[in-house]
Design a protein around this ligand. Structure first.
Ligand SMILES: Cc1cc2nc3c(=O)[nH]c(=O)nc-3n(C[C@H](O)[C@H](O)[C@H](O)COP(=O)(O)OP(=O)(O)OC[C@H]3O[C@@H](n4cnc5c(N)ncnc54)[C@H](O)[C@@H]3O)c2cc1C
Length: 392
């Protein structure tokens, strides 16, 4: 039986950060993962360029049953700390939009940074290992794996969420939390495209591939970013963001022309191009096929010159408060993250240690802390991993 000071389950963003920090403290650390390579989600993230943090990191960018829970870790391990590390490795990066930092090259550079730091800190990594059982012992934990039994004083659970099961995501961390008596809040796919009933899909699907700058609102939360029509429904950053707040049965409200004085523009068109149909007028400010689809939705036939003020108001409403009812989402198959997870009430916000089980830690996405789109989820993984790594 091999013995370590710290066993970390999951070689993702959070697990590797915790390993680096614990290793730097001189702890004997082993990271276990059933995958063939570490940091697989980092590798595919940000379209292959890894949106590794966001310089606008603030508490309101995170969703949790206890919004104050992430504060301590996020304020101690800031985006600038990770940026320093990225700079130390000479990795070129750029701000894309809204504070989102991406590698100029490839996300593999971030994985290499982490494995290299782990190596320097003396943390070991074992891949292709199945975890069969975890038990509490008098002085720590015993973990039975496909590679034999291991013991450690501290056990850090960093097995992530349920999204993209085909890449090795499992509900393992939630089950382990329950095994040790910790509560787990409801989990659901988030940062995920939304789907629609066949009648609406018939209208959306032909526009597949077109993106429009829009404001999308659900449940009182509004996001202004691109919205993408797809053959399955709606996607793009504004939809992914709002999906974290949307619930079954709720409508989403889309403003297709967020910067435009729509009523003023329509009145002007009534005067200047009275013989034009609404669809023709809208094609001046929207992609032609989107203009056609939304004009059909608004269903005000005839020439704009004949529109009463009431009709202008109705058209304005149809364009700026286009109300759709998604039937669901694409689910964990394509969701970037899992909302919900290990209930933060059972964890110490400074250390990520389970209050009732000394030596047991939960970090990263498995915890009920979910970031907005834009590098916030990695920042949470780094910060929570760093916090546990100081003490585990
Ligand atoms: C397509 C996609 C793109 C994304 N892009 C971004 C982005 O650009 N910026 C951003 O901030 N966030 C992004 N995210 C979200 C981000 O990847 C995650 O929030 C982050 O990886 C969570 O880190 P983690 O360490 O908690 O979990 P993970 O990175 O998921 O790591 C968990 C590890 O545990 C292992 N594991 C799971 N179950 C077991 C088990 N039973 N036994 C052994 N090992 C197990 C897995 O193999 C994995 O290596 C993206 C997600 C996806 C799916």
């Amino acid at each position: 039986m091999r013995n370590y000071d710290v066993l970390i389950l999951g070689a993702g963003a959070a697990g590797m950060m915790a390993a680096i920090e614990a290793g730097k403290r001189g702890r004997r650390v082993l990271v276990l993962d059933h995958a063939k390579a570490p940091g697989e989600k980092i590798r595919i993230s940000g379209g292959g360029r890894c949106n590794f943090t966001n310089i606008n990191t603030k508490p309101d960018r995170f969703i949790s049953g206890n919004p104050k829970f992430p504060l301590s870790a996020l304020s101690r391990y800031t985006p600038h700390k990770f940026i320093e590390l990225v700079r130390a490795y000479g990795i070129a990066f750029h701000e894309k939009t809204l504070g989102q930092l991406f590698c100029d090259g490839s996300s593999a550079q971030i994985v290499n940074l982490l494995t290299s730091e782990m190596g320097k800190a003396g943390a070991e990594l074992e891949l292709g290992t199945t975890i069969e059982a975890v038990e509490k012992t008098a002085d720590g934990f015993r973990v039975t794996t496909s590679a034999g039994e291991l013991t450690a004083a501290s056990l850090v659970v960093a097995t992530g969420g349920k999204s993209i099961p085909k890449m090795g995501a499992t509900a393992f961390g939630y089950k382990l939390a329950e095994q040790f008596g910790l509560a787990v809040t409801e989990t659901r796919p988030a940062l995920v495209p939304l789907t629609f009933e066949p009648r609406m899909l018939e209208k959306l699907a032909p526009l597949s591939g077109i993106a429009v700058d829009s404001t999308v609102a659900a449940n009182g939360k509004t996001f202004r970013e691109a919205m993408l029509f797809t053959h399955r429904g709606l996607s793009g950053p504004s939809i992914l963001q709002v999906s974290s707040y949307w619930r079954e049965g709720d409508p989403i409200i889309v403003d297709l022309l967020p910067d435009v004085d729509v009523a003023g523009g329509l009145r002007q068109a009534r005067q200047n191009t009275p013989k034009s149909a609404l669809q023709t007028v809208l094609a001046e400010v929207l992609p032609k096929r989107v203009a056609q689809m939304i004009a059909e939705e608004i269903a005000l036939p005839g020439m704009i010159g004949d529109f009463s003020d009431k009709k202008i108001a109705a058209a304005t409403e149809g364009l700026t408060r286009w109300t759709l009812k998604p039937t669901g989402s694409e689910g964990y198959r394509t969701a970037e993250v899992t909302l919900g997870g290990v209930d933060t009430r059972g964890l110490n916000s400074t250390t990520m240690e389970a209050r009732a089980v000394p030596g047991l830690y939960f970090i990263g996405e498995v915890v009920d802390v979910t970031g907005w789109l834009g590098g916030y989820n990695f920042q949470w993984a780094w910060a929570s991993g760093w916090a546990a790594g100081q003490v585990a």
